[in-house]
Design a protein around this ligand. Sequence first.
Ligand code: COA
Length: 151
Amino acid sequence: MKDLVIRSAGPDDTAAISALVQRTVRISNGKDYQAQAIELIVANFAADKVGQRMAERDVFVCQQGDRVVGTIALGGDRLRSLFVDPELQQVGVGARLVAHLEAHARKVGVRELSLSSSLTARGFYERLGYRLIELQEHDGVSTFLMAKVLG
Ligand SMILES: CC(C)(COP(=O)(O)OP(=O)(O)OC[C@H]1O[C@@H](n2cnc3c(N)ncnc32)[C@H](O)[C@@H]1OP(=O)(O)O)[C@@H](O)C(=O)NCCC(=O)NCCS
C-alpha cells in the first residue's frame, strides 16, 4: 500500500478516530457479536471517551492523504484499539500498525505485549505471533486475551 503514513495522534484526531472506530465496529465486528455488544463497544468509542483515553495512552493513526484509515494504541504493556477502515482491510495496514506499535513498545521498555482480541481478529493476531491465553468475558462481550514476547 502506497501513500500511507503512520504518526502519533493528538487531540485534533479524536473525532476522526471515533468515527473510524464506530464505523468499523458496526461493519467488521457486527458479524461476530450481538447487536447489544456492538452498541456497548460503539458507546465506548464516543469522541469524549477516545479523548479521555488519549491522555493515558500512546495513540497512533495511519493516514492516507488527509483521511485517517487506521488506529492503534499502547496503554502500559497492552496493545489497544486496533482498527482498520473496512475498505482498506486485508491489504497489510493492520500488520503495519502492529509492527509500528511493537517497535514503539520495545523503545519504551515493554518486553511482552498483551491484548484483548475481538472474536473477529484472533486469526490476524495469531498470524503475527500472538499466543492465545484465555477467552474472557466482560459485560457480555467476549474477547481473547493474547500475548507476545517482543524479540
Ligand atoms: C483485525 C484488523 C485490524 C486486521 O487489519 P487488516 O489491515 O485487515 O490486516 P492485514 O491486511 O494487515 O492482515 C495481515 C495478515 O493477517 C491476515 N488476516 C487479516 N484479518 C484476519 C482475520 N480476521 N483472521 C485471520 N487472518 C486475518 C491477512 O490475510 C494477512 O495475512 P498474510 O500475511 O498471509 O497476507 C481489521 O480487520 C479490523 O479492523 N477489524 C475490525 C476491528 C477489530 O476487530 N479490531 C481488533 C480489535 S482487538
